[in-house]
Every structure is written in structure tokens, then in C-alpha cells.
Design a binder for this molecule. Structure first.
Ligand code: SAM
Length: 277
């Protein structure tokens, strides 16, 4: 008999994959759900000089909420792994930073995203990047094989974040580091008249909000996986219009003051940690 947890994980993976396959070249490069902007546009998150250094289709198909290579302090010769690499933008920026002596692996479970990323790599002449098909809960890389893990707005989408962060830890060499952008909840929703479960249930998982961890839970999950020196810095506090129609429906059931409080708990954050040497 199938394990219900496994069925739920498969349902989430299928929903997320279908959502992002459908977003490619959709013309709306922003929005976790229809009509929203929690995933900011590349123009908001990256410097012009970065965007002109990658294939146009990679820049146009950016679904992130931060700029992980801006915080990863990459060096020439390093091996980087991008969890949920999408159209490849962050992988290409990393590839330029680590140079010909370094290498970047991107992992994504969505065939359409992999095809796009591989097309972009060819078009941009990137020879130090490889995109592998796989789930971030079961990374298709050897133990202790990478120096740096990056990821942009993907860990919130994982149905099993403990497993994902254990896998990230396994893949890192001792002394290796993690530099991730993601959407998190700053604090708890305990003081609001709507429970965390109710809010999550009303939102689409693929929208990058329903599966967001609280900052404390993200820290705890990283530490339980073995990471040290965990730093989580809130960078952008969302407004209702940025969080999509699902959140607008939740907000409509609350007083304006409570709705405002709820929305402002959602932030994009830079998350950094290290595997001890
Ligand atoms: C919000 S998009 C971010 C893409 C990319 N990082 C960017 O910044 O444009 C999420 C991406 O992660 C992939 N993804 C989501 N959950 C995943 C999982 N559990 N395993 C592998 N890939 C996943 C999706 O297929 C999609 O390409």
C-alpha cells in the first residue's frame, strides 16, 4: 500500500511542475499565482550588467525572489549546485563567477524547464554548466561533491524540507556553504484570528507562499540537518498586491488591520549557512 505522505509529496510535485511548465514564456515573469508578484521580475532583483551577460530567455524566465549569487561570494574554480534551477539564470551567473575551472550543476524536476535551461546554455555558449533532472529531495549528485549550494525561491515549494536540507548537507563538501533566497514567515501567525493552517490551506502551494517556513523553523531545520552559522536576513516585506489572488481572498475575510498584519509577515529573505569543515 502507498504511504499517504508519499502520495501527498507526488501531488505537490505534480502541481508545482505543471504550474512552472505553464509559466515559461508566458509573458508574465512575475507572480506565484495568477495576477501576483511575490516572485519579483528579474529587473527588480538583478543588476543590468548581470542580465545582459546571460541569454535573453533566461532573464525573461526568472521566477525567483532574490539574487543568490550576489550573496554566495563565489570564487574561481568552485563547484556550485543550484536547487530548482528553472530557466538557468542563477546557474549562468554562477558559471561566470566560478569561471572555466569551476562548474555549475542545476537540478530541476520539470522537463520543460530543463529543456529551456539547456537551450539557454547552448545559446550562451556555457560549457561549465550541466542541468540534471531530479527532485531536490533526492539530489542527483554524489556525497560531498559541491562547494556551494544556491537556490532561488524553491525550498518553500518542497513538500519535505527536512529531507531537502539533509540532501543539501549531504551534497556539500565539509566547509561548503549554502546561499539561498526564499520566501519565509517573519514571526508566527499566533496573534492573528486566522490560523497558520487556515492560511496555508487557502493558498496554492505552487505560489511560493503556502509552503513558506517561519524563520525559526527554517533555522531549526537547517541546524537539524547539520548546518552551522545560520543567518537569515529579511530583505523585502510583501504587500497584498504582491501576494496574489489567493491571499487577497484570505485578506477579504479579515478586517483591514488584521489583513495588513498577516500580509506583512511574509518576506523574502537571504539565507546562509555552512557545513562545518
Ligand atoms: C519559483 S521557480 C524558480 C526557478 C529559478 N530558481 C528562478 O529563480 O527562476 C521553481 C523551480 O523549481 C522547480 N522545482 C520546484 N520544486 C522542486 C522539487 N521539489 N525538486 C526539483 N525541482 C523543483 C520548478 O520546476 C521550477 O523550475
Amino acid at each position: 500500500m502507498s504511504n499517504p505522505a508519499t502520495i501527498q509529496e507526488k501531488t505537490i510535485h505534480d502541481e508545482v511542475s505543471k504550474h512552472y511548465a505553464g509559466r515559461i514564456n508566458s509573458g508574465s515573469c512575475c507572480g506565484p499565482a495568477a495576477g501576483s508578484q511575490a516572485n519579483a521580475t528579474a529587473i527588480d532583483l538583478y543588476a543590468d550588467v548581470e542580465l545582459t551577460a546571460v541569454p535573453m530567455e533566461a532573464a525573461q524566465n526568472s521566477f525567483g525572489c532574490g539574487n543568490p549569487t550576489a550573496i554566495a561570494s563565489l570564487h574561481a574554480g568552485e563547484t556550485v549546485l543550484d536547487l530548482g534551477s528553472g530557466g538557468g539564470l542563477d546557474a549562468f551567473l554562477a558559471a561566470r563567477q566560478v569561471g572555466e575551472t569551476g562548474f555549475v550543476y542545476g537540478v530541476d524536476m520539470t522537463d520543460e524547464m530543463l529543456a529551456l535551461a539547456r537551450r539557454n546554455a547552448e545559446q550562451g555558449g556555457f560549457t561549465n554548466v550541466e542541468f540534471r533532472k531530479g527532485q531536490i529531495e533526492r539530489l542527483p549528485v554524489d556525497d560531498q561533491s559541491v562547494d556551494v549550494i544556491i537556490s532561488n525561491c524553491v525550498i518553500n515549494l518542497s513538500p519535505d524540507k527536512e529531507q531537502t536540507l539533509r540532501e543539501a548537507y549531504r551534497a556539500l563538501r565539509p566547509g561548503g556553504r549554502l546561499a539561498v533566497s526564499d520566501i519565509v514567515i517573519d514571526g508566527t501567525l499566533d496573534d492573528l484570528p486566522v490560523s497558520e493552517e487556515q492560511v496555508r490551506a487557502a493558498l496554492s502551494w505552487a505560489g511560493c507562499i503556502a509552503g513558506a517556513l517561519t524563520i525559526d523553523d527554517f533555522r531549526r531545520t537547517l541546524e537539524t540537518a547539520g548546518f552551522v552559522d545560520v543567518e537569515i536576513d529579511a530583505k523585502h516585506r510583501y504587500k497584498l498586491a504582491e501576494l496574489g489572488q489567493d491571499m487577497e481572498s484570505v485578506a477579504a475575510t479579515l478586517t483591514p488591520e488584521v489583513a495588513e498584519k498577516l500580509v506583512r509577515r511574509f518576506v523574502s529573505a537571504n539565507i546562509q549557512a555552512r557545513r562545518a569543515a
